[in-house]
Design a protein around this ligand. Structure first.
Ligand SMILES: [Zn+2]
Length: 452
């Protein structure tokens, strides 16, 4: 999920509310409430693990960077924000204190002016190294960057690219599909724009006349370019556009729909679905062949017209069970959210993983710990740490949500593992081993990262 402009002006206006909170030790806002529930030695151990963050929309150092997401949510505003993401939540203040050594317990106008000065100075001092400086501050060794393209400041090995591939699934007119909801009306044209960018990269100005030519001269070459550009995974944000039921579809049906409408006209929903289903599996198979994992957004938001039921990971079971796709590793991004137990059922498949991104920003550590516990008791090698870090406006850059999500993830893991130790479900050494797996080594193995 990507949430950008939650208008930090609101945060400024909210200085009053934050002042009212007036926490004397802002940086500890997230930590103190859960400290007592966890073993302090285990907490200290988890704090020191150099993390791999499976999912973020980190920005480059280019002012006004707009390539952080294929489907930014700004056009979908306004919609209700969950409490932890609201501007008056004390986690923001805690993040300022932890990252920028902000000395105050409030965000008064005068203090905020001082903070802005500090943030500008830090950005200026570090220049293109600013993103790496952030990773060092939050204890993250490698951050996956789910972006349209990489750019200044985001270089391997600290940052690894995850591209977007929904656009490749939509070679025909999407006018009918876009008419389904007001949100989709705004999102589909962005996919069309991205497809044209991919075509331009290949020196093409339109899609070819047949599906076979489309696969061999557009889809596969685009995926190959992304792999050569350093992609470790490709991402589908499809749940914003349609339900995740990518059923089996025959190549003949896909070919005939493609040929009929590539010259013009509007395919019906059923016709387009058949073509998309075919292309989803083709793209996933090719990604696997090229050594890239497939990330799939699965969460109960966002947007005022988002269809939560369409993001249920169980809808993906037929694709996950496709023997032709067993060479592809899938990651259920955001752990299925409200469908966390369904995601837990899907990671029983040999090639399916999940991450806790967005959950680490939206759920509290205690809530997330309960979910983690169920997964970790069954398939600890399939669970990946992630934040979904993204910028919320000029005074709330991606580094703040990276800090909040990382702090929450470590705390949730501590609570879950501590409870499992207390219940006699695992030893201290196994708890440390699982913490390292979730924060780091499961991703190292999945993406074959050159880290120990
Ligand atoms: Zn995201």
């Amino acid at each position: 999920m990507r949430l950008r402009t939650i208008v930090i002006l609101a945060l400024l206006a909210c200085g009053v509310a934050l002042t009212a909170c007036n926490r004397s030790r802002g940086a500890d806002a997230v930590t103190t409430s859960v400290q007592s529930a966890t073993d302090s030695a285990l907490t200290a151990y988890i704090e020191k693990i150099r993390a791999v963050d499976n999912h973020t929309h980190v920005n480059t150092v280019v002012p006004g960077d707009s390539e952080f997401d294929a489907l930014p949510l700004d056009p979908l505003l306004p919609f209700p924000m969950p409490v932890r993401l609201r501007p008056d939540n004390s986690d923001w203040l805690a993040a300022y204190r932890a990252l920028y050594d902000y000395p105050h317990g409030d965000l008064s106008e005068a203090h905020l002016a001082e903070l802005r000065g500090t943030m500008q100075r830090v950005a200026r001092d570090h220049g293109e190294k600013f993103p790496e400086w952030v990773l060092d501050r939050i204890g993250t060794e490698t951050m996956l960057a789910n972006r349209v393209a990489m750019g200044p400041g985001l270089v391997p090995p600290r940052f690894r690219w995850v591209s977007f591939v929904d656009a490749l699934m939509l070679p025909l007119s999407t006018k009918t599909e876009a008419g389904a909801t007001p949100d989709r009306q705004k999102l589909y044209p962005l996919e069309e724009k991205l497809l044209h960018r991919y075509l331009a990269d290949l020196h093409l100005d339109k899609v070819p006349a047949t599906l076979d030519a489309y696969l061999t001269t557009v889809v596969t070459p685009t995926l190959e370019r992304q792999r050569q550009g350093g992609c470790v995974a490709v991402k589908f944000e499809a749940a914003y556009l349609r339900p995740l039921d990518f059923d089996e579809a025959s190549v003949e049906t896909a070919q005939s729909v493609y040929s009929r409408y590539v010259i013009g006209g509007e395919p019906s929903h059923a016709e387009y679905k058949g073509l998309e289903d075919f292309l989803f599996r083709y793209i996933s198979r090719e990604a696997g062949r090229l050594g890239m994992a497939v990330h799939i957004h699965s969460f109960e938001g966002a947007g005022a017209f988002y269809q939560a039921a369409g993001s249920d990971p169980l809808l993906l079971e037929s694709a996950f069970n496709d023997p032709a796709l067993r060479g592809t590793n899938f990651v259920i991004v955001h752990g299925g959210g409200a469908y966390a137990s369904h995601a837990g059922a899907m990671i029983a498949k040999p090639n399916v993983y999940l991450d806790i991104s967005a959950m680490t920003l939206i759920y509290t550590p205690a809530t997330l710990a309960g979910t983690l516990r169920n997964w970790l008791l069954q398939y600890p090698e399939k669970v990946l740490f992630g934040t979904d870090a993204t910028a919320f406006g000029p005074d709330a850059g991606w580094e703040l949500t990276a800090w909040i999500g990382t702090a929450t993830g470590r705390q949730a893991l501590g609570i879950a593992l501590n409870e499992m130790m207390r219940n006699g479900e695992m030893s201290r050494s196994r708890a440390e081993e699982i913490a390292t797996m979730v924060m780091r080594t499961n991703a190292v193995t999945l993406y074959k990262l050159p880290l120990k």
